[in-house]
Design a protein around this ligand. Structure first.
Ligand SMILES: Cc1ncc(COP(=O)(O)O)c(C=O)c1O
Length: 368
């Protein structure tokens, strides 16, 4: 199997550590080990523990803590992975093969664009529509999710729009998956990063066709430890574990320990709260900045997540615009084309105030 280039990830890997201002990031400003030690992480234990392999599907303690988050689960419903991306990847490896149908919403993070195609799946898309407050185009959805469909992917809250599906939309998606005999893969890595709306409801528990992936990288602000998880029916999770054995074997032992601290209820809420304060401030800064751009720009303020998705009216392709901004201003943002929707630009709202302000000032210098 030869996986296609994941365009956004490749662009980020190439430039994010080279530019002066990286607004292509996507999570809440990361926390430090010191902050985690103040939440109970035992650094002395970390210094003394032999660096063995960890339990390959996640330590029972971590899976026990996760089971406390998802009603009706036991530790056998979880596979702990190296990031949410590995959780998505293992799910795709488990369920997709030559000729089966795979449907995903666009715009999206697009990891599960190249991977399903490389596995031989027939990929269909359905649009989220800005003019419908980023709800799905239902006619396209029903065409894309059909009796051939094995797996449907949504990210909710959505990367890049920051939208959150309404309860009615969630229900409709799940029922269609049930009717078509498809699994729904709900990537909920942004759950908890609500800016001023109530906590996003999880798809978990709506049907036995639902699989949820998530992790520490976005709402928790801990991308560097690379911890994610799959929550799903036990048999399916066991199959994902089988795939895991041949990919990375296990999560890192220190990372599992960090995750055990981070997912404790009081710490999780503290991390979410930290993110919310920062995102509220940055969304205000971004909204004021857009207002200052004048005609030809529009965006729906994100409800959740650390991103803003800006529509522009100029015919310049988004990749060309992003390259111009990077070259002339040493500032990186994400072109809409990498997210499945041309005519848009994606900005990171999860960082420090001064960093965001200077990055935006530079971007404005180059906008048409
Ligand atoms: C929707 C979505 N899923 C998964 C990932 C990857 O997350 P992780 O860093 O946990 O692998 C990202 C990263 O941007 C994302 O936006």
């Amino acid at each position: 199997m030869k996986i296609e280039v994941f365009e956004m990830e490749r662009m980020q890997s190439t430039w994010e550590n080279v530019v002066d201002f990286d607004l292509s990031e996507s999570g809440v400003l990361p926390v430090s080990l010191r902050e985690l030690s103040e939440m109970g992480l035992d650094l002395e234990w970390a210094l003394n523990t032999p660096l063995t392999y960890s339990q390959s599907n996640g330590t029972p303690e971590l899976r026990e803590a996760l089971a406390g988050i998802y009603p009706g689960t036991t530790i056998d419903n979880f596979e702990v992975t190296n990031g949410t991306s590995e959780a998505n990847y293992l799910t795709a490896l488990t369920l997709l093969q030559d000729g089966v149908g795979f449907a995903l919403e666009v715009p999206n993070y697009m990891q599960l664009w190249g991977v399903p195609r490389s596995l031989g799946a027939e990929v269909s898309t359905f649009r989220l529509r800005q003019d419908e407050n980023w709800e799905p185009d239902w006619a396209e959805f029903e065409r894309a999710v059909n009796p051939q469909t094995r797996l449907v992917y949504v990210s909710n809250p959505n990367n890049p729009t920051g939208s959150v599906l309404s309860p009615g939309a969630m229900e409709r998606i799940v029922r269609r998956c049930e009717e078509m005999g498809a699994y729904l893969l709900a990537d909920e890595v942004y759950l908890g990063a609500e800016i001023d709306c109530p906590r996003t409801p999880s798809f978990w528990g709506m049907s036995d066709r639902v699989i949820v992936t998530s992790g520490l990288s976005k709402a928790y602000g801990i991308p560097g430890v690379r911890i994610g998880w799959i929550v799903g029916p036990t048999e399916l999770v066991r199959e994902c574990w089988t795939q895991h054995d041949s990919v990375t074997i296990c999560p890192n032992k220190l990372s599992d320990a960090v995750a055990r601290i981070a997912v404790k209820t009081e710490n999780r809420e503290r991390l979410y709260q930290r993110g919310r304060a920062l995102l509220q401030r940055n969304r205000r800064i971004f909204t004021d900045w857009v207002a200052g751009l004048g005609e030809g720009y529009s965006f729906i303020p994100p409800k959740a997540g650390a991103l803003a998705f800006l529509k522009y009216s100029s015919p310049i392709p988004s990749l060309e615009l992003v390259e111009r901004i990077r070259t002339n201003q040493s500032t990186l943002i994400v072109p809409g084309i990498h997210l499945g929707l041309e005519g848009y630009l994606r900005f990171w709202l999860g960082g420090e105030q001064a960093y965001l302000e200077e990055g935006l000032r530079r971007v404005a210098e180059e906008l048409p």
